[in-house]
Write a protein that binds this ligand. Sequence first.
Ligand code: BTN
Length: 245
Amino acid sequence: AVIDAHESLDSTNDRAKSLISAGEVSTPVLVFATRQTAGRGRGANRWVAGSGSLTFSVVIDPADFKLETAELPLVSLITGLAVRDAISSKLGDVCVQLKWPNDVLINRKKVCGILVEIERAGAIPFLVIGIGINVGVDFRNASVEIRDRAISLNDIADQSVDPSEHLIEILIRLESELGDYRDSRAFPRKRYAAHCALTGRTVGLSSGDRVTYGLCRGVDDGGGITLENEAGSSVYYGGTITHIA
Ligand code: BTN
């Protein structure tokens, strides 16, 4: 494995993408930055990461895990599960959940965001799995809006865990989850369901400028979310959950 570590980067995903397009990757690669000045999130989101944030990207060759590019949404969910389990294993008795597709929540606030992207070197696709975790972020001086929605691991853990321990735990679990998927070709839907923060709740799913409301019935084998409303039951594979009742 190659480790590409930096004191500061604009975005670890962007750095990974430029290594790929320059034909300079021999997978797997870990791109790591202590500080990230222009981190990107899903859609128009940003991920500003100063002190206390753990930000990194893992580049894999999808062929190593027999992944088709169409399976990218599943890779994103599987990554969420790996990160959830890694965080949970270090925290003990704390409720660590997944907000579809792949945000990790503690006490219903976001602790981790994941952005999976494809970048090609010529015709060959690579996957960039970007992960940002609030490990020792001090939100005390943040706006009320942010404090309502975000949490850091040190807000709930009695003693602080070294960020590198989280990093290693995540890498081990991610490799093992992707290996299990390669061998079984099955998304671990039941394990995901056990930690889904949305099942049984009424949610709003935004896609473009449209919001669809419905009772969440869980996540199916293809990684889609099932919403039930007066129009019936439908499965959605894209969009962002913007409301949880
Ligand atoms: C989201 O919650 O919308 C996804 C956030 C993803 C942030 C991580 S931090 C490391 C990697 N590099 C980026 O620019 N983004 C991802």
